[in-house]
Design a protein around this ligand. Structure first.
Ligand SMILES: CC(C)[C@H](C(=O)O)[C@@H](O)C(=O)O
Ligand code: SF4
Length: 478
């Protein structure tokens, strides 16, 4: 008898169950563990106190990203420059000493490969299709873009994975987001995911793992897929995933940690078997028409507060749910905005191109192609580009993109999380607005009192040129 058709998520899950308990809880094997400095110090400390070791140091990769400054890290004499903020310095120092103590792979703050953990994982071929990947970080969902089951965990789970290479979990429900048709010109993966979150809301994916399906994703680059899956968490989902295919295999082949030789051929054979079976069913299904997706920007303090760039700030009363009406009023108050204002009338003083959502080479190319031969508007006080990793940075420099950015009045920085969450010195001043390619527009996210508008790299570049939110498609038309 043929076995029951399964989804991609179910296949990866089943392949990793070590033990299933009667109540449905499973002990799941973890293939890859990424570690950064913010959520790991207590986990390592707990191991130390209980005299435990790391079960699979070879499957664990640590890299500092949240607290690192994006200005020079090394003095002209070659010495490491000090980190001023005491807490940042302590977290970075802890990772720096924990990694060798526990024998785990470590990319230090001045290594050429250093970068945001979610950029580094796929780039190093450490994150692989069909793998279970965890990190003490909510945006771990990004790695779903290469066909991995990847999700964020808390610090106590970080400790559990370090000690046992397993996790106790209950299986999530399955959700399909099917995008039908083709994206229009100037519409990017970031616009797609912002639009999707606008449709499903920040709780739309709660309890589910989303599989993104449709031709759009088959045609999308790995970078674009990582962007889409990255923001699954903003739609409330446990993880987001896209079936791996030749695009992914071409991207991964030859990367430092990717399998080699026969191992590679065997791996591909398995990866090819992972796609959702015909006839498999999802617990929830949402269909989005690609033709409805415009360049999209956020207006409020939740990633679901989005509107097409040609639109206006909604009236709080236009929401059916009274709690949503109240949230919209609060958001507009915090953002200093009035309902009915056209989005293109909103002036911005800061531009941030970076974060694990949009700091890969394609993102920088997209922004640079808009900025080429143009400069930022006089009202734009601060504009920075923070590449996702040292390798992205060098690639961009080899292509001359850094010159395009600096000629346009942007600062060209060292890799890290930076103004995505402002744990390092890169902050948007209180009351100022930032056109940002990151993933969260929460109150105070980019610094106390900061006001964030989420958008794509091309749209961030267009906003820099005009000094206000701008439909990049009009700009390209001259
Ligand atoms: C600091 C870290 C735990 C946090 C996360 O989990 O996502 C951060 O990366 C973020 O984006 O808010
Ligand atoms: S870039 Fe931003 S969203 Fe991504 S891991 Fe860093 S802080 Fe979190």
């Amino acid at each position: 008898m043929a076995s029951k058709p399964r989804t991609l998520y179910e296949k990866i899950w089943d392949a990793h169950v070590v033990e299933r308990q009667d109540d449905g809880t499973c002990l799941l094997y973890i293939d890859r563990h990424l570690v950064h400095e913010v959520t790991s110090p207590q986990a390592f400390e707990a191991l130390r106190v209980s005299g435990r070791t790391v079960r699979r140091p070879d499957l664990t990769l640590a890299v500092p990203d949240h607290n690192v400054p994006t200005t020079a890290r090394v003095a002209p004499d070659g010495s490491r420059l000090p980190i001023e903020d005491a807490q940042s310095a302590a977290q970075l120092a802890a990772l720096e000493s924990n990694a060798p103590q526990f024998g785990i792979r470590y990319i230090d703050a001045v290594a050429p490969e250093q970068g945001i953990v979610h950029v580094v994982g796929p780039e190093q071929g450490f994150s692989l299709p069909g793998a279970t990947i965890v990190c003490g970080d909510s945006h771990t969902a990004a790695h779903g873009g290469i066909g991995a089951l990847a999700f964020g965990i808390g610090t106590s789970e970080v400790e559990h994975v370090l000690a046992t290479q397993t996790l106790l979990l209950r299986q999530a429900k399955t959700m399909e987001i099917r995008v039908e048709g083709q994206l229009g010109p100037g519409v990017t993966p970031k616009d797609l995911i912002l639009h999707v979150i606008g449709v499903i809301g920040t709780a739309g994916g709660t309890g589910h793992v989303i599989e993104y399906r449709g031709e759009v994703f088959e045609q999308m680059s790995v970078e674009g897929r990582l962007t889409v899956c990255n923001m699954s968490i903003e739609g409330g989902a446990r993880a987001g995933i896209i079936a791996p295919d030749e695009t992914v295999y071409d991207y991964l082949k030859g990367r430092p940690y990717a399998p080699k030789g026969d191992d590679w051929d065997r791996a591909i054979g398995w990866w090819r078997s992972l796609a959702t079976d015909e006839g498999a069913s999802f617990d929830k299904s949402v269909v989005v028409d690609a033709a409805d997706i415009e360049p999209t920007v956020s207006w409020g303090t939740s990633p679901e507060d989005v509107v097409a760039i040609g639109g206006a700030i909604p009236e709080p009363e236009s929401f059916a749910d009274p709690s949503k009406q109240e949230a919209a009023r609060k958001s507009l108050d915090y953002m200093g905005l009035t309902a009915g204002t056209p989005m293109e009338d909103i002036a911005i003083e800061n531009v941030f191109i970076g974060s694990c959502t949009n700091s890969r080479i394609e993102d920088l190319r997209a922004a640079a192609s808009v900025l080429k031969g143009r400069t930022k508007a006089p009202g734009v006080r601060w504009a920075i580009v923070v590449p996702g990793s040292g390798l992205v940075k060098r690639q961009a420099e080899a292509e001359g993109l850094d010159r395009i950015f600096t000629d346009a009045g942007f600062e060209w920085r060292e890799p890290g999380c930076s103004a995505c969450l402002a744990m390092n010195p890169d902050k948007v001043p209180p009351g100022e607005r930032c056109a940002s390619t990151s993933n969260r527009n929460f109150v105070g996210r980019q610094g106390p009192g900061s006001r964030t508008h989420l958008l794509s790299p091309a749209m961030a570049a267009a906003a820099a040129v005009n000094g206000r939110l701008t439909d990049v498609r009009k700009l390209s038309d001259g």
